[in-house]
Design a protein around this ligand. Structure first.
Ligand SMILES: [Zn+2]
Length: 85
């Protein structure tokens, strides 16, 4: 069981959330086709720490940025996705 500390709702079971994939920086304006292909389809799926986007569907219905270790499922950072920038 994975517990996620939502900054709005507190400690919640991960089954209240949907996983929206790893965070990938969108390419700048007018990228070449190879850059678009990498952005859309080529996820890193790396081991170790990864930034991910989750949606709290059964709670505050907000997107969250979560830093999770792919090997251990440890979470070391959760914040509102809008706080990233
Ligand atoms: Zn929440």
């Amino acid at each position: 069981m994975l517990i996620i500390a939502c900054p709005h709702c507190g400690q919640r079971n991960s089954n209240e959330f949907t996983f929206n994939g790893e965070v990938v920086t969108r390419p700048g304006p007018d990228p070449d086709p190879a850059t678009w292909r990498r952005y859309l389809y080529m996820k890193t799926n790396a081991t170790g720490w990864q930034e991910e986007r989750w949606f709290h569907v059964s709670g505050c219905r907000r997107f969250l940025m979560i830093e999770r270790n792919q090997d251990t499922n440890e979470i070391r950072m959760v914040r509102d996705y809008g706080d990233r920038r």
